[in-house]
Design a protein around this ligand. Sequence first.
Ligand SMILES: Cc1ncc(COP(=O)(O)O)c(C=O)c1O
Length: 394
Amino acid sequence: MDYVNAPGRNHLFVPGPVNVPESVLRAMNRNNEDYRSPAIPAMTKTLLEDVKKIFKTTSGTPFLIPTTGTGAWDSALTNTLSPGDRTISFVIGQFSLLWVDQQQRLGFNVDVVESEWGRGADLDVLASKLAEDTAHTIKAVCIVHNETATGVTNNLAAVRKLLDHYNHPALFLVDGVSSICALDFRMDEWGVDVALTGSQKALSLPTGMGIVCASPKALEASKTAKSVRIFFDWKDYLKFYKMGTYWPYTPSIQLLYGLRAALDLLFEEGLENVFARHNRLATATRLAVEAWGLKNCTQSEEWLSDTVTAVVVPPYIDSAEIVRRGWQRYNLSLGLGLNKVAGKVFRIGHLGNLNELMLKDKLKVLGYSDCNQIILRESRESLPRVYCVKLEIS
Ligand SMILES: Cc1ncc(COP(=O)(O)O)c(C=O)c1O
């Protein structure tokens, strides 16, 4: 994509990384500090306590790891499983596909359950696999809560129900990268064994911190899991937790202060209000898509995502062209279609520290009927047909 210096500030509407609020930016604007001073362990202790609230857990043990979502996957898998272990994992889009790839490269025996992109995890297949597995060869069920590539949210309560129904002891590992802090996430209630997220998504922090939370059962599994891990070994963290110094290696001081400020914002608003706000913004986006006469990639209401909407464009439009035009003309960053849906969808991220006014502007500029300014239009210059649609969002 050619670089063009469009005027104005960048309007970041990809589904992560997201905008960082001013108060968080200011909180991070500080010098390095000695992480062995009394101040940092004291702050870390309260952060670890408070971060449990975003997972809705009291029994989980959180780890704040200098990494991204991909590293958090690694941490979840290598601490709980051994090479050769059988996992069930669902491919419903690019991120669930990448997680499966990681599991395969770690030497697990991955039982892949695929769905058409735009659909959720096939829980009927999971049910039959759990029913057949009386010998309990399945060691873990791995699922992405919210598939960011297609805007599909899986039903985690239903997965737990199936595990309980078949009295199956498999670990329940969940990628909550584009859900936690935006969608209701109930680690204890759903019996999730490892949940994880990345700082640059709904927490609205810069990239660089993976947050992983392990249930007592996952911690127990980590005592015998044979996957090689060094940097991500929970054992090292736990040793330092016990000592009260908390850090096996140098943490990013700035991100810790940022996390404090980000959590304060979330708690001040109230998590339930944060979820309701995400639902409002997602509903407005879906109404806008409908008004444009376009389709949502998500194939059924049960899977609609409140953090990202993947918009299917007509076959004569390349969705990458819409993203390119938005960026060149308005300094607007939208998400590209990835892999199987490249060129077919573009994605609007509506997660993190965001309000109605910010989103409304983007939706208007995308769909407005001024043909000179429109982004959603025929991209082939030889066919100057304009995709004019009016947009009204309430
Ligand atoms: C659902 C999901 N899982 C994992 C990842 C990978 O996270 P990262 O890019 O921070 O490594 C992403 C990234 O967008 C994601 O959306």
